[in-house]
Design a protein around this ligand. Structure first.
Ligand code: B3K
Ligand code: ZN
Length: 847
């Protein structure tokens, strides 16, 4: 397979003035006729992308049918000879036939539950017709659809609709990856939005008949997003209609096609009986994310796929801001840091590490990663911290002004910040070009009223990048006096050297340093702070992130020591009890503090400290620490469990969710003592899925779930999304020694519809979320995962490749586990006709 390099970028030698598409839909023989109005701007032949699945019926230039000598077709490339191209401007026509009914990759045009839909990002359009399938070739589209389905949708504004036929016009220039088409017997819930300049936009959320009553929350989220983007970024919507469609078979969360967002149904459909608070939260965030792409992604897109973070990092940053404004900002920040550490740090510290802006790839779909998305957002957060809120606003205004209609680069993005603020960002750019998570060490010296903080930064080598020059690191610091008062408010220190000191003078008594406030940079911080210091910050810091982080630090240290034989740490148990019992503190924050760090994170820390992690010992330590907390604070937990109920009908708001979260952590702890009695009662009485599902997980952990699992299955057998939860929680919450066997057994069931990406992800992702279960010493977790990845690769390479990252930490473990996971990877690598997607992932992991 070929490697693509950023350095090889060349502009396309033709301008695309308009694209006209005509679809005659049929399950196995859809005909696509295209007309592309092109103008020559550079030299060479006309090179178009087109997948092997395109049955070529006709090619023409300005109406003249091309003959065999006029073109060549090799692999996925169609080349029209220069000699066949008249003058500067001409119309290229192609007529092809495709088979959406046989498309199991869910890329291009495919069928899901009888409905036609498309997914074109990144390079799916080439499976629909011949086209310059690259993001820097943009133009307006006219689309006509003929089908027997009742609802026929595409991008832009409707031009005409008649039974069996519809025409759409999208006036905004867009690249092919933002194209979409949907044809199905769908129903909508509809509303409207009046934009800041007074234009009325029709809003529809399209679902299958019967699902309408679960689409209301998605609509509310859309309206909130539209309003927020006007208020905070001054961005207005630009078409007469905005359509969202829910689809059951979808490779990822959702897709921001212009005016026609297509969503995985699990990110649209929610009712109190079927969705948890987390589901509602995600729906609101992803609806916002896709909507925000209209400006950051669609109006301004990426020049090439290496610039993916230009739209994704920024749009994640924007959806994070949105959620902070809609819900609790501290809670959102802590959740985002948890995700970043669990997914991005893990990636950055292993063989799949790559820069936020990669400079080469084989398969671009393998680079829709936590690094591009989540670290991409962190980098923007740092920029904002460095230039301040006003600087950020000025830079963003300039960005929209200067680049509207462009396919832009990270250089363009940094230039608007430089031009708007006068700052030199040459060194800052390393956050985009250099992979790896910096280790930041802080040492303190105290001398008669003067506190000196000395920092050292080191970034370990990553694949292909041995040398890591120092980066700009914004370090937010505050000082807390001995009586718990803040003696210095937050100040952002700007570290630019490998080693650098900052002094604070005129202090009365030696303060405790609150550092990396708000997680001001995505680094691993290392400092000498004892249990007492951590407990002090957990009790007194004004910065909620550092407060939480201090509790986290106590838990991590305790777990690391326990995994090597120590007893539970009484300092942690006492401090956490104090916080949990403080009714002045937000229940959501208390719930976050009561959760233990995931076992995978404990393994990462141990490995970082040069200790080979033992998954079974970590699991045992986790259980023992949770039990010790439960035993010490049984009374308090029981009080919380009884008090944190939410009266009245279920509302998916932050306040209710906070109380339910705290109550469910209390339940999880208490279930370690009561043998699952409370969980059984909660399962029986639960008024919503949040309570129901937490009870089910607690019952599984208590070994008392047999009846509940049967009951749950009977009740929800007809609801795919709820059944995904059933498939996920069993391996995830299983005793590690059983997890692989349970996964295999579930995978043999008739309703394990493995080609459905949600179902596959639920089961296999459930197993890999069980750290000690996936890494079972006998290799059973690796084997069942490899078996299924091999099978999935033949049908849907994107899903197989993505899920293969379960193996990315193989290098951390003991020789026996390493050998078994490498054998599993080798078995995948040896599979005949392995896809480019999975082949690239496996070879990077084994390198
Ligand atoms: N842009 C899409 C992701 C496309 C993934 C292609 N493999 C969704 C999003 O980030 O909003
Ligand atoms: Zn996105």
């Amino acid at each position: 397979f070929q490697t693509q390099y950023l350095a090889d970028y060349r502009p396309y030698p033709f301008r695309l003035n308009e694209t006209r598409l005509r679809f005659r839909l049929s399950d196995h023989a859809t005909e696509v006729e295209s007309e592309l109005d092109l103008t020559r701007e550079g030299d060479g032949p006309l090179v178009l992308d087109g997948g092997a699945g395109l049955k070529l019926l006709r090619l023409a230039i300005d109406g003249r049918e091309l003959e065999p000598g006029d073109f060549t077709r090799e692999g996925e490339v169609l080349t029209i000879a220069e000699t066949a191209l008249p003058g500067t401007s001409f119309t290229f026509e192609a007529h092809v036939r495709i088979d959406p009914g046989a498309n199991t990759t869910f890329e291009g045009l495919y069928l899901s539950g009888g409905m036609f839909c498309t997914q074109c990002e990144a390079e799916g359009f080439r499976h629909i017709t011949f086209y310059p399938d690259r993001p820097d070739v943009m133009g307006p589209f006219r689309v006509s659809i003929e089908s027997t389905k009742s609802i026929l949708l595409s991008n832009g504004n409707p031009v005409s609709t008649a039974p069996g036929r519809a025409e759409w016009h999208d006036p905004w220039p867009k690249p092919a990856y933002l194209f979409a088409l949907v044809a199905g017997d769908l129903v909508a819930i509809s509303d409207s939005f009046t934009t800041m300049s007074g234009r009325e936009v029709a809003l529809n959320v399209w679902v299958r008949p019967g699902d309408q009553d679960r689409a209301g929350f998605a609509m509310e989220s859309l309206i909130k997003s539209m309003k927020w983007d006007e208020e905070v970024y001054g961005r207005e919507y630009d078409l007469d209609v905005f359509n969202i469609v829910a689809v059951d078979d979808f490779n990822m969360g959702a897709m921001e096609n212009k005016g026609l967002n297509i969503f995985n149904s699990k990110l649209v459909l929610a009712s109190p009986e079927t969705a948890t608070d987390d589901d509602y939260n995600r729906i609101e965030g992803v609806i916002a994310h896709e909507y925000f792409h209209n400006w950051t992604g669609n109006r301004i897109t990426c020049r090439d796929w290496f610039q993916l973070c230009l739209k994704e990092g920024l749009t994640v940053f924007r959806d994070q801001q949105f959620t902070s404004d809609m819900r609790s900002a501290p809670v959102k920040r802590i959740e985002d840091v948890q995700t970043l550490r669990a997914r991005q740090f893990r990636e950055d510290q292993g063989p799949l590490a790559h820069p936020v802006r990669p400079d080469h790839y084989q398969e671009i779909n393998n680079f829709y990663t936590a690094t591009v998305y989540e670290k991409g957002a962190e980098v923007i957060g740092m920029l904002k911290r460095l230039v301040g809120d006003d600087g950020y606003k000025a830079a963003l205004d300039l960005y929209f002004d200067r680049h509207d209609g462009d396919a832009a680069t990270i250089e363009d993005w940094l230039s608007v910040f430089e031009d708007a603020t006068g700052r030199d960002l040459a060194q800052f750019k390393r956050w985009y070009t250099d992979a790896g998570t910096p280790r930041l060490r802080m040492d303190e010296a105290w001398d008669d009223g003067k506190l000196t903080l000395s920092f050292t930064q080191v970034t370990p080598p990553t694949p292909g990048q041995d040398d890591k020059p120092p980066r700009v690191i914004p370090i937010a610091v505050g000082l807390i006096g001995p009586n718990g008062d803040e003696v210095r408010p937050t100040e952002v220190l700007e570290m630019t050297e490998a080693t650098q000191s900052f002094a604070f003078e005129g202090l009365g008594a030696r303060p405790t340093v609150s550092v990396l406030r708000g997680f001001s940079a995505p680094v691993v911080l290392d400092r000498d702070l004892d249990d007492a210091g951590r407990a002090f910050l957990l009790a007194h810091d004004t910065d909620p992130f550092v407060r939480w982080e201090s509790g986290r630090g106590l838990a991590l240290t305790a777990l690391q020591a326990m995994a090597q034989g120590a007893e539970p740490d009484p300092a942690y148990i006492a401090a956490i009890g104090e916080l949990a019992g403080d009714d002045a503190v937000d229940p959501a924050f208390r719930a976050l503090c009561l959760q233990l760090p995931p076992e995978d994170e404990v393994a990462a820390r141990l490995s970082d400290a040069g200790i080979v992690p033992d998954p079974d010992a970590i699991h045992a330590a986790h259980l023992r620490l949770a039990r010790a907390v439960a035993e010490t604070h049984e009374g308090l937990l029981d009080r919380l469990y009884r008090q944190m109920t939410v009266p009245g009908a279920y509302i998916p708001d932050a306040e209710g969710a906070a109380r339910r979260a705290l109550r469910n952590v209390a339940l999880a702890r208490l279930s370690l003592l009561d043998g699952g009695a409370r969980a059984a009662a909660q399962f029986a009485d639960a008024g919503n899925m949040t309570e129901r599902f937490a009870a089910l997980a607690a019952l599984i952990r208590a070994g008392k779930a047999e009846g509940a699992l049967v009951e749950f299955h009977e009740e929800f057998a007809s609801n795919r999304l709820v059944m995904d939860k059933w498939y996920m929680v069993q391996p995830a919450a299983a005793d590690p020694s059983q997890a692989a066997a349970i996964t295999r057994k579930l995978s043999e069931r008739d309703d394990f519809d493995w080609k459905n990406p949600n179902r596959f992800r639920a089961l296999l992702g459930g197993l890999s979320a069980n750290h000690a279960g996936f890494h079972a010493a006998d290799g059973a977790g690796y084997d069942v995962t490899a078996d299924w990845l091999i099978r999935m690769d033949g049908a849907n390479p994107q899903i197989a490749a993505r899920m293969s990252s379960a193996f990315e930490t193989w290098w951390r473990y003991d020789a026996g586990r390493r050998e078994k996971s490498l054998a599993a990877l080798q078995r995948i690598a040896d599979t005949p006709r392995l896809s480019r997607n999975t082949s690239e992932m496996v070879s990077r992991m084994m390198a």
